[in-house]
Every structure is written in C-alpha cells, then in structure tokens.
Design a protein. Structure first.
Length: 364
C-alpha cells in the first residue's frame, strides 16, 4: 500500500470525525443534556468503513459511490438538524450574526501567569485550553450553526479531493466532479441559510422540518460519482432497447439532469414557490433564487430534449446505412454475425420515422 494513499485515506477520515464531534459538542452545549454525546457513536461506522477500505481496497475509493462521504453525512446531518430546530439558534443575544466573547486577554494572561512555577507546563496547557474553549462557547449560537454549515460543505469538497480515487475514475473526471461540487455546495448553503433565516419560517416548526428534509435530500448527491462516469455498455440482448441505448451513450449527462431536476433545483423551486404562493413570504433574494431555479430547470429540460433528438438522429443515420450496433457509444463489430433479424431489430429502434422516408417513390 502506498504511503500517500494511506495518509490521505486516514487524514481525510480524521477530519470528518473531528468535525462531526464538534457538531455533537455544540448540540450538547445548546441542549445542555449530556445524552446527546451518544450521537458521537455514529462515528464508529466511519471507523469501521476505514478499516474495511484499508483491508479490501488498500485505501482507494469505490466505483460510482464514496462510503466515507456517505457516512460523514450520517454523522453530521443529525447534529445540524438539532441545532437548526432548537429555538436558541434563531436569534443572538444582541444582534443577528454578532459574536459575543466574554473572555478577555487579561483573563487569558492571568491564567497563563498563574500556571507558572510549581504547577508546571502541563497545567499551563490545560488552563490555556480551558480559556480557549470558554471563549468559543460564548460565540453566538447562530454564528456557530452557520459556521458548521459552511465548514461541512467545504469539507465535503476538500474531503472528496483528498480521498484516494479508485481505478474506475480518472483525474480529469475527479476535477470535473469537484468543480460541480463547489457550485452545488454554494447553492445548497444559500438555500438553507436564505430560507431558514426568514422570521416567518422560524415560527413554523413544520416548515423548518420540511426545509431541512429537502436540504438533507440534496446532500445525498455528494457520495455519488455518476455525473462524470459513463455506464459501460456491453453487446448483449438486454442493451438492444431504446432506453438502454440512450443510457449507454449519455449516462453522465442524464444523471446530471436527473440530479438537477429531482434532487437540487427542482425541490428548491418547489419549496420557494410554496413559501411565496402559500405562505405569502416575499423578499428580493427569495424571488431571485426562485427565478434562478426556474431557469436552471428549463435549461435542463432543453438539454434533455437536445440529447433525445441527437440520439434519434444517430439511430436514423445508422439505420439508413444498414449498420448494426448494439450501442451507439460502443459500436459492436457484427461482421459475419450480423443477420437479417438483427437488421430488422435495429430498424425497430427508430420511433416514428418521417413520412417522406417511410413512403416509397411512386415514379422513377
């Protein structure tokens, strides 16, 4: 096992665990109930995945799916749910977004001076850590929650970059995936912060749960790599169908469209439309991002129509030339194996051919 692969696999998962533990610590501090430390036990799943990955995959990733990212979501999302639902995260003590720090440099210096002498260096370190933790604890709860949201999304992108890749994905595909994740993370953060900061939304418990449910649903795209990988197409009888051939050639594009329509922009548009239409909540940013979601959904549907027409044109062209191919993206060399039945089957792929081509000429 390569040393760098081992270090990347371990360091990335360690960052995931540390961030998850910080989220659990904030929940226990806000709720003031030690029982919420039980959420830290979810990190045992990530530790188990680390051991299995190091043993069976030598630290490298899997095809199409990242278990480490998925388990990181499981470890962190419950803490963010509890912080958002708790009433103390709605407002700060003085001003929204204000940072309140009660600890002063004088207290820090006094604790440092009192640690000299017989108490030794160890006590000095402990006292310094206590003062630091106390200062962090005085930060406004809304600032903590927003910071956890931001670092959560950043770690998802950076962690996916640091995690060793498998043999099925190339560096070029990884770079495309990371660029997509950066834009996705920004949209998701904007959706959560922009909707949950509305005062009328904060007064509706059911609406908060609905927004968090859509937010959680949108996070499920991060463990998947299908947006940059094509599904292999083998020359079998099962692939000689229009949907199978279309998925064979445009698998990455279709997955990208599906994510936008059903996981991100589509659900975001529905939630924002409900806020404006049913709850009569309007503000400039809400209207802007609703328009942005409408535009993205429209463009994705337009892209789907373009792909479908291009695929149909390819099948028509191959049918006219009498070529037999099990998959337009991976031509199958039929040669002596091509039969009249296969030619007939390929012609059946063409749905609703134009009338001018289907009618034979009446005169020479």
């Amino acid at each position: 096992m390569e040393l760098m692969v081992l270090l990347n696999a371990l360091v990335t998962r360690l960052l995931f665990v540390l961030h998850s533990l910080i989220g659990v610590w904030r929940v226990t501090a806000v709720k003031k109930e030690p029982k919420y430390w039980l959420l830290a036990l979810l990190n045992l799943l990530l530790c188990l995945e680390t051991g299995l990955t190091l043993k069976f995959k030598q630290g490298r990733g899997y095809k199409w799916f990242s278990p480490a990212i998925f388990l990181y979501l499981i470890c962190t999302v419950p803490s963010l749910w509890l912080l958002e639902i708790h009433h103390g995260t709605q407002y700060c003590g003085n001003e929204p977004g204000a940072v309140q720090v009660n600890g002063s440099n004088q207290d820090f210096n006094q604790s440092r001076d009192s640690s000299h002498g017989s108490e030794g260096t160890d006590h000095h370190i402990i006292q310094t850590a206590k003062v630091f933790v106390n200062q962090l604890s005085t930060i406004c709860e809304t600032v903590w929650t927003l910071a956890l949201h931001q670092t959560f999304l950043l770690l998802l992108v950076v962690g996916r970059w640091l995690l060793p890749i498998g043999v099925e994905i190339t560096r070029d595909q990884l770079s495309q995936l990371l660029l997509m994740f950066v834009g996705t993370a920004a949209d998701i953060l904007e959706f959560a912060s922009e909707t949950l900061d509305i005062e009328d939304v904060r007064k509706n418990y059911a609406l908060i749960n609905a927004i968090l449910a859509v937010w959680t649903w949108s996070m499920l795209q991060f463990p998947l790599d299908l947006a940059v990988q094509h599904i292999g197409c083998k020359p079998t009888a099962s692939t000689r169908r229009i949907p199978s051939l279309l998925l064979c050639r445009y698998s990455a594009e279709l997955w990208n469209i599906g994510v936008s329509l059903f996981i991100q922009d589509g659900p975001f548009f529905i939630v924002r439309s409900i806020l404006m239409g049913h709850f009569r909540i309007f503000n400039q940013m809400l209207v802007f991002f609703t328009a942005k979601n409408i535009l993205v959904v429209t463009l994705q549907l337009y892209r789907l129509a373009v792909i479908t027409l291009d695929f149909r044109a390819t099948i028509l062209q191959k049918s006219r030339k009498g070529e037999v191919s099990c998959c337009p993206c991976e031509p199958y060399e039929a040669s002596t194996h091509a039969t009249a039945d296969q030619d007939t089957e390929m012609k059946e792929f063409v749905a609703f051919p134009p009338k001018e081509e289907s009618q034979a000429p009446s005169e020479d």
